[in-house]
Ligand binder design. Structure first.
Ligand SMILES: Nc1ncnc2c1ncn2[C@@H]1O[C@H](COP(=O)(O)OP(=O)(O)OP(=O)(O)O)[C@@H](O)[C@H]1O
Ligand SMILES: [Mg+2]
Ligand SMILES: [Zn+2]
Length: 316
């Protein structure tokens, strides 16, 4: 599992913040109840000493240990009953002073007793990772399962593309190939790359999926960055899989072309795969981008060609 550092620290902070907020809400309920029912003060104080009492009871004659522990527990139960009846008399629920956790498995700590992470924490990481990917809305609605082959005149060929990318996602590693998805508009390139992202993110991979336009506009912003907090493009090199959607739709400048070259080249050198989608023809690609880019795209990427009719129109 490899969620990005930023996502992990963001979710950790979110959990810590939520837990401390719940604790202060509990404290406010206790103060409120103690103000209305002053008898609760001594009961709560006594209950708060249970841990110490058990600790003290564990010393002494071992033959009577269980009796001493039982005495503490009985006292604790009696105090709890007393507290519940005091609360009830004042019109509070019996659990009014308890902590109210969202997750009963980990009590909102994110960690289970055996030290492993709780599913609620994992889900929060996945959600944050998808949001960070910039493609959350697309990723939510696209999956391999709702990719319908019936839209394509050449069903067999598209079935191969689907199978290739499904297998790609299920056996992904840093040694996976880089892939170039080419074909006209509305043929499912973004749909399938988002499906790859969705599956990998749910397995905890660090995937960034963004439009070329967005990526290069971020590089442009970073170029004029004033301080470190503006360095927003590290993620494009750090992520395990970078999906650059719709190459060719960005404003192509000398700077954007050199960024693309750096991105592709650095990722190849670091052994990190990239998926690119474009509706440029190979001739257009050669015309727009320089030889150093095209030789890498056509030499090192697995090329998948999408054919058929615009599914956006068909769906209307
Ligand atoms: N095989 C499919 N089954 C179901 N829906 C599909 C399929 N292919 C595409 N779609 C849907 O059609 C719309 C267009 O598809 P998508 O955005 O993936 O096209 P694209 O190839 O990326 O087009 P463009 O080059 O314009 O970006 C999306 O809403 C997508 O979910
Ligand atoms: Mg697209
Ligand atoms: Zn949990």
């Amino acid at each position: 599992m490899s969620f990005s550092k930023k996502v992990v620290s963001q979710v950790r902070e979110e959990f810590d913040r939520k837990l401390s907020q719940k604790k202060s809400e509990q404290q406010a309920r206790i103060s409120e109840a103690e103000l209305r029912v002053p008898e609760l003060i001594s009961v709560n104080a006594e209950l708060g000493k249970t841990g110490i009492k058990i600790f003290k009871a564990s010393f002494g004659d071992p033959s009577t240990l269980s009796e001493r522990i039982k005495a503490v527990k009985d006292e604790n139960l009696a105090l709890q009953e007393k507290r519940a009846s005091l609360l009830a008399k004042a019109g509070f629920g019996a659990d009014y002073l308890e902590m109210k956790y969202d997750c009963s498995l980990c009590n909102d700590t994110g960690k289970l007793k055996n030290g492993t992470i709780c599913s609620c924490y994992r889900n929060a990481l996945i959600k944050a990772q998808i949001e960070m990917s910039g493609f959350s809305r697309v990723i939510e609605k696209c999956s391999f399962d709702n990719f319908d082959l019936n839209y394509y005149p050449d069903k067999e060929k598209m079935a191969e593309a689907l199978e290739y990318l499904r297998e790609y996602a299920s056996s992904f590693s840093l040694s996976s190939d880089s892939v170039l998805l080419v074909g006209g508009t509305g043929l499912g390139k973004t749909h399938l790359s988002a499906s790859v992202a969705r599956e990998l993110i749910s397995k905890g991979h660090f995937v960034i999926c963004e439009s070329a336009e967005n990526i290069f506009s971020n590089y442009n912003k970073e170029r004029f960055a004033q301080d470190e907090s503006d360095l927003i493009c590290d993620k494009y090199l750090e992520c395990e899989l970078l999906i650059i959607d719709d190459l060719g739709a960005e404003a192509v400048t000398q700077y954007s072309v050199s960024c693309l070259y750096n991105l592709i080249n650095t990722r190849i050198n670091e052994g990190k795969p990239t998926i690119l989608s474009t509706n440029l023809s190979s001739n257009d690609i050669r015309k727009i981008y320089n030889d150093r880019i095209t030789s890498r795209l056509f030499g090192e990427f697995v090329i998948i060609v999408f054919t058929g009719n615009d599914i956006r129109k068909l769906k209307k």
